[in-house]
Design a protein around this ligand. Structure first.
Ligand code: BES
Ligand code: ZN
Length: 874
């Protein structure tokens, strides 16, 4: 392919034209759809004058074009692969354009496409240009009116954004007319037409307005919408109470579709969801999936303000809406469930996924400087690190000033398309804090490392904490500046938390240190004994901390720290040490003992603890995280050490694990937080016990599988059986029985596929190849690709990193094939191979060879960008 062009933030220019009103009409025919648009265009007073109008448009068949009802001739315009240029347009005019598109042939799932017969759209980020010629950029906001026309009786529902103005039948055609009174960019446009059932409810807003709530699904799924509806109502209430944000239209619709590249989309008044993020039923949905539904429903709803009413000026500002909205949905989930568990999950995700991205060839700042394909920038950095940046702001400012800042932001920029800097400026204005150094978090990539050491002066009763920060280089950013890092700490002595007295001021037992310089020392007075520092409490910044703890300090933190994250971090630290020693061939008794003793104490007391937290404490660090701690990682050594440790822990804690498993047998019904926590702990215990080769544990798992009352327990038992090293024939039977039972439920079948693709033993690549031929597989459906191929490549470390390199080649072949149909999904699947430089020979070389073989194919821009960036030698 010809080298695609780079889009740069520095080249941003205000649009030359604006579209004040957008009138669209869709004529849905079986074989094609005709789109007619009437755009009221004016030249933008904020921009220099030009008389040529460029409109984005891709894969469109142009049927006709007119300005102010005057048809244009072919000399008046030119069409390229990227769009349409019309020469010499007036300052103000109406453009009338007709295009023909083919939704049935749209396998990229961008623009207007069909999923199980229904029509639906996905326009973010640049999908609208596959519907009609338009200024498809987020800073062009327009008022939309949409008419949908189809044969009468073809579809039971025909939906678009906003309010329905009319619904009538003329000459055998049904015509439905929608109007969205709020100006919006084209990426928030949506259309749905299909035969769908609807769950209805209503919500009374703070100011007393009644909002109609609707969730549309295929008839077979109509019994799986209650939970999403409850979640929506909770989210609406929460946004009123916590952010003072009320819903603005009279109607809020959600539509569930099977074929969807992402999780869900916040189209104004008409959210479109991947079925995996909205459908839920106690019999067929795990607790983790319930929580996912709750958070995605909330996330998309929260976008109504953070994204829709106030949107992004350009796609470099993507984190303005995504980082802020993830922070909002995480806080919502923390309020609805266990805050400690939510925070550990967030921190763990940052470490396992975002830190890895930040250390690889695709590393980029929260506000990137350039891209080839914007779809590749819906990343962990934009989302998760972006959310951490907002969280740091909230913590630096404190809740009151933070909310004054968000109030100002929403009020000042309502109806506008703005930048990350505008957001920070509001925070600065309302708090009076100087945030200029803090802004570096938006422009500087890479994970900062804090090296912390300390010293204690008994005579002066002073404790010194020395903090040095360093951010490693990332592509295009060799030199890094010191960041403003909020480091939340507590000092534990024999008697518990100490008062923190710095320069004569007493901050109580916990404080946030503002780390702003490359090196700085903080002096604490009146400290009567050498304390154990509890560092980065609540994961107060997205950084790595290294402090050389004594084993017994870690044990103390595991058992006594009042911060859940720090307890978890202390266990992770102990586990990490055991793994490191094993990998280095230098296992030490005391480290493993310290870990075992700590876990034993916790398990013996499990009933007095937050069981969800305890479940997290039992988790081993992921292979990815362990690998990221090495300059060059040996995947086989890592997998082996980790499996060995799991086995050792199971043996050492066997009686406690069994007691815990048995004690929790009766307490597991329902969806309350306590029930979910108990299930997660009990199933963790089962997972460990199944590492031990004993028939009684296989029996427990089998009994649990057969008699489970809910999917969490049924699936945990299935997974424990299938993934056990000493799996017996009953695991095979359970897999078959599970498929028999659930073959008509696509989402459960995906779990069935996934559990097989992630099995750590046997010839899994062969199994994966066979799954691709299974009737339940569909290579056009992103959820299936994720369940088999992505799960294998991302969640099956030991099987993906085979010494033969065969799995790498397999992935490259699959990507080349998928890229023909769906470039976005293909590019995402490439991620695991891009980290080739982190692995020792021959793994790294074999991964690179797979990338090289992929580069022989004709590739989309999406895959080309990821591939070319990851092939750069460093
Ligand atoms: N706006 C995105 C969806 C999107 C992303 C559409 C990229 C097109 C391209 C949506 O708000 C979102 O962020 N969805 C997430 C889930 C969310 C809970 C973080 C997703 O789809 O994974
Ligand atoms: Zn989002």
């Amino acid at each position: 392919m010809s080298t695609p062009s780079i889009t740069r933030l520095a080249d941003y220019r205000a649009p030359e034209f604006l579209i004040e009103k957008t009138y669209l009409s869709f004529d849905l025919n079986e074989a094609y759809t005709d789109v007619s648009s009437k755009l009221s265009i004016v030249s933008n007073p904020q921009s220099g004058k030009t008389s040529d109008l460029f409109l984005h448009g891709e894969q469109l068949e142009l049927l006709s074009l007119a300005i102010n009802d005057q048809p244009l001739s072919s000399a008046d315009y030119q069409i390229s692969r990227e769009g349409l240029t019309i020469y010499n347009v007036p300052e103000q005019f109406v453009l009338h354009c007709k295009t023909r598109i083919y939704p049935d042939k749209n396998t990229a799932l961008e623009g207007l496409y069909r999923s199980s017969g229904m029509y639906c759209t996905q326009c973010e980020a640049e999908g609208f240009r596959k519907i009609t010629y338009y200024l498809d950029r987020p800073d062009v906001m327009s008022e939309f009116e949409t008419v949908i026309i189809a044969d009468d009786n073809a579809f039971s529902v025909m939906l678009s954004n906003g309010n329905c103005l009319s619904d009538s039948v003329v000459d055998g055609k049904r015509i439905v007319h929608w109007h969205d009174p709020f100006k919006k960019p084209s990426y928030l446009f949506a259309l749905v037409a299909g035969n769908l059932d609807c769950l209805e409810d209503s919500f009374i807003t703070q100011s007393g307005r009644n909002v109609l709530l609707q969730i549309y699904t295929e008839a077979k799924d109509s019994d799986k919408c209650d939970f999403a509806m409850q979640s929506l109502k909770k989210a609406m209430r929460w946004d009123e109470e916590v952010y003072g944000r009320e819903y603005d239209l009279d109607r809020f619709m959600i539509v569930a579709v099977d074929d969807f590249n992402m999780g869900a989309m916040e189209n104004k008044g008409l959210n479109i969801f991947n079925t995996s993020c909205v459908l839920a039923h106690p019999k067929s949905t795990t607790d983790a999936a319930f929580q996912r539904v709750e958070s995605v429903v909330a996330h998309e709803y929260f976008h109504n303000w953070s994204g829709n009413r106030v949107t992004c000026r350009d796609w470099f500002q993507l984190s303005l809406k995504e980082g802020l909205t993830v922070y909002r949905d995480e806080e919502f989930s923390a309020d609805m469930n266990s805050r400690a568990v939510k925070r550990i999950e967030g921190a763990s995700f940052m470490r396992n996924v975002q830190f890895v991205e930040d250390a690889g060839p695709m590393a980029h700042p929260v506000r990137p400087d350039s891209y080839l394909e914007i779809s590749n920038f819906y990343t962990m950095t934009i989302y998760e690190k972006g959310a951490e940046v907002v969280r740091m702001l909230a913590n630096i400012l404190g809740p009151e000033n933070y909310h004054k800042g968000t109030d100002l932001y929403f009020e000042r920029f309502d109806g506008q398309a703005v930048t990350c800097d505008d957001f920070v400026a509001c925070m600065e204005e309302t708090s009076g804090k100087d945030l200029h150094q803090f802004r570096l978090w938006y422009s500087q990539a890479g994970t900062p490392q804090l090296h912390i050491s300390d010293s204690y002066d008994a005579e002066r009763q002073q404790y010194h904490l020395h903090v040095r920060q360093h951010t490693p280089e990332t592509p295009g950013q060799p030199l890094k500046q010191a960041l403003h890092i909020p480091l939340k700490i507590t000092l534990y002595g024999e008697q518990g938390a100490q008062d923190l007295i710095i320069e004569g001021k007493n901050y109580g037992e916990e404080t946030v240190l503002d780390i702003c310089r490359e090196q700085q020392t903080i002096v604490f007075d009146n400290i009567t004994e050498k304390p154990s520092p509890s560092l980065l409490r609540e994961f107060s910044a997205p950084v790595k901390v290294d402090y050389d703890y004594q084993l017994q300090q870690l044990q103390q933190l595991v058992l006594l720290d009042s911060d859940g994250f720090c307890r978890w971090d202390a266990v992770q630290n102990l586990m990490g040490r055991v793994l490191h020693e094993a990998i280095e061939g230098d296992s030490k008794e005391p480290t493993q003992d310290a870990l075992i003793q700590s876990l034993k104490r916790l398990l013996q007391n499990f009933s007095a603890m937050d069981m969800g937290l305890l479940a997290c404490l039992l988790d081993l660090p992921s292979e990815h995280y362990v690998a990221s701690r090495y300059e060059k990682a040996d995947p086989a050594a890592i997998s082996q050490a980790r499996t060995h440790l799991q086995h050792q822990l199971a043996l050492a804690l066997e009686p406690e694990l069994l007691a815990c498993y048995q004690a929790l047998a009766g307490e597991v019904a329902g969806l309350s937080a306590e029930a979910m926590a108990a299930r997660s702990l009990r199933n963790r215990a089962l997972g460990y016990l199944m590492c031990i080769d004993k028939a009684i544990y296989r029996g427990l798992a089998e009994q649990q599988f057969l008699h489970a009352e809910n999917m969490t327990d049924q699936f945990a038992a299935l997974k424990a059986m299938v993934h056990a090293e000493h799996a017996h024939i009953e695991a095979q039977h359970a897999l078959q029985a599970f498929y028999q039972q659930w073959q008509n439920d696509a989402l459960v079948v995906n779990m069935w596929l996934q559990v097989q693709a992630t099995k750590p033993w046997g010839d899994v690549l062969r199994d994966v190849r066979a799954l691709l031929e299974h009737p339940a597989f569909d290579k056009r459906n992103p959820n299936k690709l994720r369940a088999v191929i992505a799960a294998f490549a991302n969640q099956n470390f030991s099987q993906f990193h085979q010494l033969s390199g065969e799995a790498y080649q397999f992935l490259a072949e699959q990507i080349a094939d998928i890229d023909q149909r769906n470039p976005q999904i293909a590019a995402r699947l490439l991620t695991p191979l891009t980290h080739w430089h982190q692995f020792i020979a021959p793994y790294g070389q074999l991964m690179k060879a797979a990338l090289d073989s992929l580069s022989q194919h004709e590739l989309s821009k999406d895959v080309y960008e990821v591939l070319s960036k990851s092939l750069v030698e460093n």
